[in-house]
Each structure stands twice: as structure tokens, then as C-alpha cells.
Design a protein around this ligand. Structure first.
Ligand code: AMP
Ligand code: TRP
Length: 322
């Protein structure tokens, strides 16, 4: 029996290299070895996206992105969160077990509050919907970027709490966070994030790649001077995108001999080489008018029975059926 992984990404704008190296690449790499469920977290996106056309188009785009990475070919089930009503049902049960002070410690909530934003009840409860996403499928591992580590802890705590109060219903899953690419820096050196406007989109055009790479912030060291690899955004991106060139690049950093201009040109080139086949594949897939519906139907049929079985057990244990 294969172990199972489950993960999800919100359909909110174009995925970027942070999503790819932090999460998506792991889904692809693990899909052969693990039974793989990959979700489009559209109900999580609803915490920020309040526009039908935007949500529909970002949802379809993310499904094409997943397909272009070859997830279906590797046997993964790709499904839409809102297709499986057990997620929101399970989340309610978890909300009744979880205290407000515990949820107030969530980074996402604290950030939003700190910035003086109005926090919806949905955003506040976000970790519990995510716990439901995960726990319904009894996965062994949840591959995510480092910024999601706390959310996985919430899911684990929730599973343990339910199991303790009502009886064993859930496997307690582990986060799977690769040290390489755990936090990919953006153009300005902060975490690459759609909300910081510092991204390199994964399916960018060559021109977009050139423009983005030109904006990567560096210090003002001359080509001959040694440069620090520590905390250097350009180097961090090279170490993800340019594994074959990395010994040469590391040497150029340590001993001098290559300027930031050339280092950027090489990075842009290597990103293009990586992205071009994905981009072509995506364009070809987008021609098929049925592919999205087919993908979601397959995903739904594969995962729903598992969610239903977990929900059935949970309903019995809490005492709403007997
Ligand atoms: P999101 O776009 O917030 O739904 O994130 C989807 C996945 O990408 C999650 O597993 C995140 O941890 C991961 N991720 C997002 N930004 C980064 C980043 N800058 N570095 C590493 N992983 C990231
Ligand atoms: N919260 C995750 C993010 O912002 C997305 C997500 C929703 C998720 N449900 C999930 C990730 C379940 C893993 C498992 O990146």
C-alpha cells in the first residue's frame, strides 16, 4: 500500500517560483511514490477573492498549471475543494472543539490584525477548514512550503484533540517541508509572495522573466570582488534554478570574476530553459475544451468516497447519527 499525500494551493493569481519550489515541485516528485491528492483551495481563496469572474478564471488557470506540471500523468487526483461538501461540514465540527485564543495565535490572523485589516470569520477559522481538508483524507504527509508549517501543526493538534475526546477518527499527518526551497525569496529579498508584488511567475513569458530578473535587488559589488552567498537573493534563486551551473556560480561568488549583470543573465536563461517546456505544454492543454471538467470529475470520484467515509465515522463518534 502506498502512503498518501494531500496538499492544496489557493487559486489567487498566477503561481510563482516560490509556489513551485516550495510546494508544486514536491507534488510532482512525490506523485510516483505516494498516492497523491492535490486540491484547488477555492473556499480558502474566498477569504480574499470576492469576484466571481476572477475566482472562476484563477481556478481554471490553477488546474491547467497542475496539469502542465504533469501531475495527472503521474497519477495524482486533482480536485476542487468546493466539490467535496464534507470539508465545510468537518470544519464546523472542528470549530466547536477549538478555542478562540488558540486561533488568535495563528500567524495569518496576527498579520492581518497587525496591519489593521478587517478580519472575516472565514479568515479567522482558516486553519480549521485547512485541518478538515487534510484530515478527511487520512494522509501520511502534507507537502507544503515553510510558511504553512503552523497550519499543519493546527491540523495535527485538531486531529489529536478530536481523537482524544470522541475516539480515533483521524491519522495525525506530518508536514513535509524540503529545506531547499522552503522559503523562496522574491525580487526584493522578502519572501516571494503574490501579496508583495515581488514574484517571478512560473508560467511567465521570456519578456516577463527578463523584466523580473532585472529587478532582483543586489548590493553594488564590482564583477571582480568576492560576493556573499549568504542572504543573497540572486544566489538563492540560482541554487534552485541552476543546479548544473552552481559550482561555477559559487566559485564566482567566493572568488569574484562574474558581475551581477552576467549572473542575472544566466539566471534568466536558466529560468527560461526550465519554464519553456511547461509553458508549451500548458498552452497545448488549454486548447482542450473538456480538460478542466474531466480533470475535476476524476478528482471528485477519486477522493469523495474517502472524505465521506471519514465524515461518516466522525458523525457517529460525535453523536449526530446512531
Ligand atoms: P499559496 O499561494 O499561499 O496558496 O501557497 C501555496 C504553496 O506554496 C504553499 O505550500 C506555500 O507554503 C508555498 N509557498 C508560497 N510562497 C512560497 C515561498 N516564497 N517560498 C516557499 N514556498 C512558498
Ligand atoms: N493554506 C494553504 C496556503 O495558503 C493552502 C491550503 C489550503 C492547503 N488547504 C490546504 C495546503 C491543505 C495543504 C493542505 O498555501
Amino acid at each position: 500500500m502506498k502512503q498518501r499525500i494531500l496538499s492544496g494551493i489557493k487559486p489567487t493569481g498566477r503561481p510563482h517560483l516560490g509556489n513551485y519550489f516550495g510546494a508544486m515541485r514536491q507534488f510532482v516528485d512525490m506523485a510516483g511514490e505516494f498516492e497523491t491528492f492535490v486540491m484547488v483551495a477555492n473556499y480558502h481563496a474566498l477569504t480574499t477573492v470576492h469576484n466571481k469572474d476572477v475566482l472562476v478564471s484563477d481556478t481554471k488557470d490553477l488546474i491547467l498549471d497542475y496539469l502542465a506540471l504533469g501531475l495527472r500523468d503521474k497519477g495524482a487526483a486533482i480536485f476542487l475543494q468546493s466539490d467535496i461538501p464534507e470539508h465545510t461540514e468537518m470544519a464546523w465540527v472542528f470549530e466547536c472543539l477549538t478555542t478562540v485564543p488558540y486561533l488568535m495565535r495563528a500567524h495569518a490572523f496576527k498579520d492581518a490584525e497587525g496591519k489593521g485589516k478587517e478580519v472575516s470569520a472565514g479568515l479567522f477559522n482558516y486553519p480549521l477548514l485547512m485541518a478538515a481538508d487534510i484530515l478527511l483524507y487520512q494522509p501520511d504527509k502534507v507537502p507544503v512550503g515553510k510558511d504553512q508549517a503552523q497550519h499543519i501543526e493546527y491540523a495535527r493538534d485538531t486531529a489529536e484533540k478530536f481523537n482524544r475526546i470522541f475516539g480515533e477518527a483521524f491519522r495525525v499527518p506530518e508536514a513535509h517541508i524540503q529545506s531547499e526551497g522552503s522559503t523562496v525569496p522574491g525580487l526584493d529579498g522578502k519572501k516571494m509572495s503574490k501579496s508583495y508584488n515581488n514574484t517571478i511567475p512560473l508560467f511567465a513569458t521570456d519578456e516577463e522573466i527578463d523584466r523580473a530578473v532585472a529587478l532582483i535587488v543586489t548590493d553594488s559589488k564590482k564583477p571582480d570582488e568576492p560576493k556573499s552567498t549568504q542572504g543573497d537573493t540572486l544566489y538563492a534563486l540560482h541554487s534552485l534554478v541552476s543546479p548544473h551551473d552552481l559550482p561555477m556560480i559559487t566559485k564566482a561568488y567566493e572568488e569574484g570574476g562574474m558581475g551581477y549583470k552576467d549572473l542575472k543573465a544566466l539566471l534568466a536563461q536558466n529560468i527560461k530553459t526550465m519554464v519553456a517546456p511547461l509553458r508549451e505544454r500548458r498552452a497545448a492543454l488549454a486548447e482542450d475544451p473538456h480538460i478542466i471538467e474531466e480533470t475535476l470529475a476524476h478528482g471528485r470520484d477519486t477522493v469523495r468516497p474517502i472524505a465521506q467515509e471519514t465524515m461518516r465515522k466522525a458523525r457517529e463518534l460525535i453523536g449526530v447519527v446512531w
